[in-house]
Ligand binder design. Structure first.
Ligand code: HEC
Length: 195
């Protein structure tokens, strides 16, 4: 390092501090990183208009929403016919499917035995929105969002929606312990064929 010996800044007890420049390769990395960083920030984070990250994100979101809407338009929520829903009340496979889904999605609000908690008791003979299987299907699939009953029609597959209706219907008159006081009007639902 002979060429730098004239640039000694300090010397103490024979230990010298030199004022040597940084090696060229290190400076190249430094400037390179700085320029790359500035360009990157400009191109991606701060850019506006058509090619910005923001508009790319918006375009992709709009595309996804349009796709979902197209799916719903092509697959409208058709209530299954009442006979099918009533037949499910007698079908252990259907009831089991309904019970499994009920425990996961409905019990937190209606109680494990549908005795009522936040939501009304579903086992008594009073209904706020009607107890015919088709009405129950509407209550479950469209919900009563303003009253705190979520719509399940788009969240659950059709076979589970139907199984829930049959399951709820099968709980009529089951008299669970600690029922929530009845709400709604007395209602005589259609008979279940074969019982
Ligand atoms: C977040 C709480 C909540 C969840 C979860 C919930 N419900 Fe409800 N449900 C309610 C409330 C609150 C009402 C009462 C709506 C009203 O007063 O109009 C209700 C009403 C209903 C009704 C109409 C009752 C009537 O008397 O007409 C049915 C049927 C029903 N729920 C079934 C279900 C099923 C099946 C599930 C599960 C898929 C479910 N609910 C999940 C809160 C909930």
């Amino acid at each position: 390092m002979a060429e730098y010996e004239d640039k000694v800044l300090h010397e103490l007890d024979g230990i010298k501090e030199y004022d040597n420049p940084l090696p060229g390769w290190l400076m190249a990395i430094w400037w390179g990183a700085l320029i790359f960083g500035a360009l990157y920030l400009g191109f991606y984070a701060l850019s506006f208009g058509e090619n910005s990250m923001d508009s790319e994100y918006r375009a992709e979101t709009a595309n996804a929403v349009a796709g979902v809407q197209a799916y719903f338009d092509a697959n409208p929520l058709v209530p299954p016919n009442a006979a099918e829903l009533l037949a499910g009340v007698k079908d252990p496979v259907v009831l089991e499917k309904g019970a499994v889904r009920f425990e996961k999605s409905c019990a937190p609000c209606h109680g494990a035995q549908a005795q009522g908690l936040i939501g009304p008791n579903l086992t008594d003979d009073r209904w706020i929105h009607g107890g015919q299987v088709e009405q129950v299907f509407q209550s479950i699939s469209k919900g009563w969002p303003a009253k705190g009953m979520p719509p399940w029609g788009r969240a659950l597959p059709p076979d589970e929606l139907s199984a829930l209706v049959s399951y709820v219907r099968s709980l009529q008159g089951s008299n669970p312990p600690k029922p929530k006081p009845a709400e709604g009007d007395p209602f005589t639902p259609e008979p279940i064929p074969g019982s």
